[in-house]
Write a protein that binds this ligand. Structure first.
Ligand code: PXG
Length: 461
């Protein structure tokens, strides 16, 4: 327990939480039935501790974000110093702060040369809302106001604000919060395990990309503004597209003059073993959305990169884009993000992810001998394993994700955080993980899988 948490009364915290805290993405009835929250008190490296003193290996880097790991004092120190110098000033009305400008320069230095300008946000959701407003405005500025439709994928996740939820393809989210907004469309996700049938992944990748062209032709190519995709669909269950998919998507978008938005909120800043997911999958986006790994989750901050070709008309023609949030380019969050990137660069953590990738993949592959594990897959330090009732037929237990939830709970109790996306178990550990800790994930995951198997044996074919 860290010094300043010595006198914590966890029972009181749990009581207060039940009484006053309304949680995101939580079924409140089962939350209360479970006796309230598990309180996480502190972290170090790849481990976190709960209020009962349990040490847990965080296989999810928080929510895909604590990439450099927990407990890095340098980030706390930089935040402290920046707060004393200047806790806040805005970036509106022709002003800036030193960290915001330095961070914009730093991010553009990590990207291909055509990305020179960065717009700051506070989260991935805000980034996507901003991008939708911006893209539609861009096409108006370009004299093509009819280019308003945006195409995404089913089970894509782009955030929880209204526009971001419409952009994403989570049906459960569409059904809440009122009418679907106009102009958002979703095509099938490139998910070979569920939809590939007898085709090779490469054949299936081309087929999934062809869905995009079909949708474009249905809407009328001149009416389509942009296509948005995560390089790997994270929240859908780490859907790693076949190698043929993204190059074909790019070809189709170029053919019809449609912008490519790469949502790098999970994949950005090294997760796949390259700085950005588009480098791993061989395509060139026009707009990039970033958050999470930008600050390793130490403070909330997001950023959008627009290619110069898109930005230039705004410089040439003038005119204001009526959009901005109070905390865009917040100086403390920017200073922390700068330090985070410095750590990633100095410690060569992106290269380290690439180096660890085969070991991480081998750990997952070893689990394929388990009776309820179907395919396993990974790129860099992001991976998944499919729970199945019939390996040969790639059959799910059911659509509800019940078995995934059972497995997730067994993982937690075994001392491992692995997230369940329906019946797909996913992992995205911090980049500072060691080979030994990866082996520990394998060991704990197997224990949890054994217990899950014991619970559902009767259903396994
Ligand atoms: N885009 C992508 C690709 C994301 O993964 C967002 C946008 C939204 O970012 P913010 O910062 O507004 O949350 C995300 C977020 C999960 C889970 O359970 C995933 C996310 C957020 C919360 C939960 O997998 N991804």
């Amino acid at each position: 327990m860290t010094v300043h948490q010595k006198n914590l009364n966890i029972e009181e915290i749990v009581k207060a939480d039940i009484a006053h805290h309304f949680h995101p993405f939580t079924d409140h009835k089962s939350f209360h039935a479970a006796g309230g929250p598990r309180v996480i008190t502190h972290g170090d490296g790849v481990y976190i501790w709960d209020g009962k003193g349990n040490k847990i290996l965080d296989g999810m880097s928080g929510l895909w974000c604590v990439n450099i790991g927990y407990g890095r004092k340098e980030l706390a120190e930089v935040a402290y110093r920046q707060m004393l110098d200047l806790p806040y000033y805005n970036t509106f009305f022709k002003t800036t702060t030193v960290p915001a400008t330095e961070l914009a320069s730093k991010i553009s230095s990590l990207l291909p040369r055509r990305f020179q300008h960065i717009f700051f946000t506070n989260s991935g959701s805000e980034g996507n809302d901003t991008i939708v407003r911006w893209v539609r405005h861009y096409w108006k500025v370009m004299g093509k106001p009819y280019r308003q439709h945006i195409i995404g994928r089913r089970r894509g996740y782009h955030g929880s604000t209204w526009v971001a939820a419409n952009l994403g393809g989570m049906v459960g989210m569409h059904e809440q919060g009122g009418t679907q907004l106009p102009g958002f469309h979703h095509i099938q996700q490139p998910y070979w395990y569920d939809f590939g049938g007898d085709k090779t992944p490469e054949e299936f990748g081309l087929e999934a990309a062809a869905e995009l062209e079909k949708k474009i032709l249905e809407l009328g190519p001149d009416n389509v503004a942009a296509f948005i995709g995560e390089p790997i669909q994270g929240a859908a269950g780490v859907l790693i597209p076949p190698s043929t998919y993204w190059p074909e998507v790019q070809k189709i978008c170029r053919k019809y003059g449609i912008l490519i938005i790469s949502d790098e909120v999970i994949c950005g800043f090294g997760r796949t073993g390259k700085w950005f997911g588009f480098e791993q999958f061989g395509y060139q986006p026009d707009i990039i959305n970033m958050a999470k790994g930008l600050s390793s989750g130490y403070l909330p901050i997001g950023a959008i990169a627009f290619s110069e070709e898109l930005i230039k008309p705004f410089f040439d023609k003038g005119g204001e884009f009526y959009h901005g949030m109070t905390y865009d380019g917040h100086p403390v969050a920017s200073a922390v993000a700068l330090k985070n990137i410095e750590i990633i660069q100095n410690e060569k953590l992106v290269e380290r992810v690439a180096e660890l990738a085969p070991h991480f993949n081998a750990m997952l592959k070893k689990l394929e001998d388990h009776p309820i594990v179907g395919e396993t897959r990974s790129v860099g330090l992001i991976g998944a394993l499919e729970l199945t009732r019939n390996k040969a037929k790639r059959e799910r237990f059911n659509e509800s994700g019940r078995v995934g939830t059972i497995c997730r709970d067994h993982c937690f109790n075994a001392g491992l955080i692995m997230r369940a996306c329906w019946d797909t178990m996913v992992l995205a550990p911090p980049f500072c993980i060691t080979e030994k800790e990866i082996d520990e994930i394998g060991k704990l995951a197997r224990q949890a899988l054994d217990k899950t198997y014991a619970d559902v044996k009767a259903e396994v074919a």
